[in-house]
Design a protein around this ligand. Structure first.
Ligand code: ADP
Length: 215
C-alpha cells in the first residue's frame, strides 16, 4: 500500500506499507543549497537521509546514525539520481527525508518506492519512476520480497531498483552466495516484482491527483 501526499508541510510525500515495513518519506525542493559551497552551478543536487526511528526494530537501536543508515542513504540517493532531472535546476538541492517507522527486511527497497512517489508528488521532473523490491534465495529456491526472517535465515538477498519504462537497473546489491544461473533468475524475478510495484506507485499518484475513480 502506498499513499501519496500525506504530509502538509513537505513539497511532496508518500507513506508505504510493504510487508511489515512502515515508512514515511517527505521531499523538499528544488530549493537553495545550505551550506552554499555545496551548490553546483551546472546541476541540482540530490540529498537523501534514510533514518530508522528507535521503535522501528525489536532490538535497542542506537539513536546515532549507524553505518548501515549512512550506506542506505547513499545507495538510495544513487538509485534515484538517474531518474531525477537535476540538470534543470542548477544551484539547487532536492532533499529526500525517509523515516522508517517499522522495519521488516527489504526496507531500503520500500524506502526507495516511497521516495520515488514523494518526488513525483513534489512535481519534480523525472525521466521515470524507480520501483524497487528484493528477491532472494531461500531453501535453494529463488523468491520475491524477502522479509526479515527470510533475510536472516535465507541464503541470499538481492535488492533491486528499476526504471520500468527505460528498463534500466539503478540499484543492485547482493548479500549471499548464488550460482550464475540463480543470479540471472533472481534478477529476472526481482524485475518482475519491480513492475508490480510500479503499478502500485502509479495507483497512489492517480488516487492523489484524480481521486477515487482510479482506485
Ligand atoms: P533492508 O531493510 O534493506 O533489508 P538490511 O538487510 O540491512 O536492510 O536489514 C534487514 C532488516 O534487519 C531490517 O529491515 C530490520 O528489520 C533489521 N534491522 C536492521 N537494523 C537493525 C537494528 N539496529 N536492530 C534490529 N534489527 C535491525
Amino acid at each position: 500500500m502506498i499513499k501519496a501526499g500525506v504530509l502538509k508541510n513537505a513539497n511532496g510525500s508518500a507513506y508505504i506499507e510493504f510487508g511489515d515495513n512502515k515508512i514515511m518519506c517527505g521531499v523538499y525542493g528544488p530549493r537553495d543549497v545550505h551550506p552554499k559551497h555545496m551548490a553546483n552551478s551546472s546541476t541540482g543536487i540530490l540529498r537523501c537521509r534514510y533514518h530508522m526511528v528507535p521503535y522501528s526494530v525489536s532490538e535497542r537501536k542506537n539513536p546515532a546514525p549507524s553505518r548501515r543508515e549512512i550506506e542506505i542513504s547513499k545507495v538510495i540517493k544513487e538509485a534515484l539520481e538517474p531518474a531525477v532531472m537535476l540538470e534543470r535546476f542548477p544551484r539547487t538541492a532536492v532533499d529526500v527525508f525517509i523515516e522508517v517507522l517499522q522495519a521488516d527486511g527489504g526496507s531500503r527497497c520500500a524506502a526507495l518506492d516511497a521516495a520515488s512517489v514523494a518526488l513525483a508528488d513534489a512535481g519534480i521532473p523525472m525521466r521515470d519512476m524507480v520501483s524497487a523490491c528484493a528477491a532472494g534465495k531461500v531453501a535453494d529456491t529463488v523468491v520475491l520480497d524477502v522479509n526479515n526472517e527470510e533475510d536472516q535465515a535465507g541464503q541470499a538477498d538481492m535488492p533491486i531498483g528499476y526504471m520500468p519504462n527505460l528498463e534500466k537497473v539503478t540499484l543492485l546489491q547482493l548479500d549471499g552466495i548464488m550460482s550464475p544461473k540463480e543470479y540471472k533468475e533472481c534478477i529476472e524475478t526481482g524485475i518482475k516484482g519491480c513492475k508490480i510495484v510500479y503499478e502500485i506507485q502509479k495507483k497512489a499518484l492517480n488516487e492523489r491527483y484524480f481521486g477515487d475513480d482510479h482506485k
